[in-house]
Design a protein around this ligand. Sequence first.
Ligand code: T46
Length: 135
Amino acid sequence: MNIKMFDFKVIGDSRGSLIAIEGEKTIPFDIKRVYYIFDTKSNVQRGKHAHRDLEQILICINGECKIRLDNGTKSKILTLNDLTKGLYIDSMIWRELISFSPDCVLMVLANKYYDELDYIRNYQEFLEAINSDNK
Ligand code: T46
């Protein structure tokens, strides 16, 4: 599964800490878009889709949430609760976000502008797209 956890360098001094993220340096792509998810209601699921052609890095900058990732053959659940780590997710990976703490702030860096046509929001359609790519 093409995912990777990046450990960001913390620049600390007597005043506190700072993390800098630079496109194509700290992370593997140029950043075209940043969005963040917050104030998520309890027991809500977000995501439930894959992207045809989009790379993203998810950074939980406050609180906690979990993410289930699925490439059509393997699935895993990761906890995001550390602002020094960024989860890279490549295209064609189904994701479901669950178990948001009330204070969760999830920041996402993306390599493309928003495009609803890039989304596969039906799991069966996702599996069919994966299988046709593997033919
Ligand atoms: C993802 C997970 C982690 C925009 O207008 N611009 C944007 O850049 C985004 C991301 C969303 N929207 C609109 C589209 C919908 O009307 O905001 C609304 C909620 O979006 P969505 O239901 O896709 O949100 P999530 O939390 O289910 O998924 C989002 C991202 O869409 C997705 O790429 O990987 O966060």
